[in-house]
Design a protein around this ligand. Structure first.
Ligand code: SF4
Length: 213
């Protein structure tokens, strides 16, 4: 969906700090095994990211920073080193997270085995700075909501400002402000508001994996 025209429009807003692109693989085969939705074509996605960076640079802008987000899993860990080698010279940041259960998309067995109740009760920070664009052009509130439960608009018919200030996102924020998570099961069952210790462990694990190559 990150067409040349959309890239130009995004860049011309001069309003974005970061565009983060989800890319969990360094080959078409692995990418397709992970991302099975319509529009999820490895070659298109990688070409779009490269074009976005090239257009930003050609316009002499230093923002938005372009970031790649990768979730490390058994299925893609053999490609991590190549992914880093390929993208480090191109993008501004690469974030590698261990597999997680944002969005309540599943229970992580290692947390369950440790007897840890991973469900947090805090207000989610993502709602104050993030909008997600799905491959079909619809907008979401949360990058971990891979099932698209928290859809809040449609980029093909609405401006970013309309979506950001729109009723769907406002409703989600108000539910979080009241900690009324029974109204949003996807957030009730999410790990993001888990304790800082958990996240420290995740990041240490990621760094450890990276150091080991
Ligand atoms: S609490 Fe809700 S909005 Fe925040 S990461 Fe979890 S699912 Fe997403």
């Amino acid at each position: 969906m990150l067409t040349e025209e959309l890239c130009r429009k995004l860049l011309e807003t001069r309003a974005l700090d970061v565009i983060a692109c989800s890319l969990d693989a360094n080959s078409s085969q692995t990418y397709q095994a992970i991302r099975q939705g319509k529009g999820a074509v490895f070659e298109n996605v990688t070409a779009n990211i490269e074009r976005l960076v090239a257009m930003r640079n050609a316009m002499g802008l230093d923002r938005p920073k372009v970031q790649i987000n990768s979730v490390l899993m058994k299925i893609n860990q053999h490609e991590l080193r190549e992914l880093l080698r390929r993208w480090e010279p191109i993008v501004d940041h690469i974030t590698v997270l261990p597999v997680h259960a944002y969005g309540g998309v599943g229970k992580l067995s290692f947390l369950e085995k440790a007897g840890i109740s991973q469900r947090g009760k805090g207000k989610c920070p993502l709602l104050s700075y993030m909008l997600v664009a799905f491959a079909d052009g619809t907008a979401g509130a949360c990058c971990g909501d891979s099932n698209g439960v928290l859809r809040v608009g449609d980029f093909s018919t609405q401006s970013m400002k309309e979506i950001w200030n729109g009723p769907q996102l406002d409703y989600i924020r108000r539910v979080h402000a009241k900690r009324d998570f029974e109204k949003l099961p996807v957030c009730r069952d999410c790990d993001l508001t888990f304790s800082p210790l958990y996240w420290a462990g995740c990041y240490m694990y990621t760094m450890y994996r990276r150091m080991r190559g």
